[in-house]
Design a protein around this ligand. Structure first.
Ligand SMILES: Cc1cc2nc3c(=O)[nH]c(=O)nc-3n(C[C@H](O)[C@H](O)[C@H](O)COP(=O)(O)O)c2cc1C
Length: 142
């Protein structure tokens, strides 16, 4: 059974490129074996990630992420059974949230600020879809 989990968390310390690179390296090494696909969005203090795959695998990975000291305040935004993957070809796509402009934020939220903890999961997923469509994806992994 396939599921999709969307969560957001805060970086424990202002994250830099080396933190992002090491998370992506780990993800791209492990996710194919776990059958997990998805997308990881980050700014210097925030992570938003979509994980898709089998229910056990997604739940186990989510539990390790909650325990991972590089992030905190991990909040599930949505969890759903899905018929098909949205990120099937992506071992872990990468989106830099620093590139999001105020107009894009205002389209889906009350203020021009990125606050996945204060808006609906639907609004966050719509923003991610737009980021993907407007080619703010840095890379898709494998
Ligand atoms: C924001 C964030 C996203 C992560 N995403 C993944 C991922 O997609 N796949 C993965 O294997 N590890 C990911 N990790 C790393 C895991 O938390 C964990 O370090 C790794 O799975 C090894 O876990 P283990 O030591 O319990 O085996 C992520 C970590 C953070 C902080």
């Amino acid at each position: 059974m396939l599921v999709r989990l969307l969560y957001a968390s805060r970086a424990t310390t202002p994250a830099n490129n080396s933190v992002h690179d090491s998370i992506l390296e780990q993800s791209r090494a492990r996710n194919p074996k776990l059958g997990i696909t998805g997308i990881l969005c980050f700014s210097d203090n925030l992570f938003i990630q979509v994980l898709e795959g089998g229910r056990d695998e997604v739940c186990e990975l989510y539990n390790s992420i909650v325990r991972d000291g590089r992030n905190q305040h991990v909040r599930i935004l949505s969890f759903e059974e899905i018929r098909e993957r949205r990120f099937g070809g992506w071992t872990m796509g990468q989106v830099n949230l620093a590139k999001v402009n105020p107009a894009m934020l205002l389209k889906y939220g009350e203020r021009a600020e990125l606050n996945p903890f204060g808006v609906s999961a639907h609004a966050t997923m719509a923003l991610l879809d737009e980021l993907i469509a407007t080619a703010l994806v840095v890379s898709r992994g494998g």
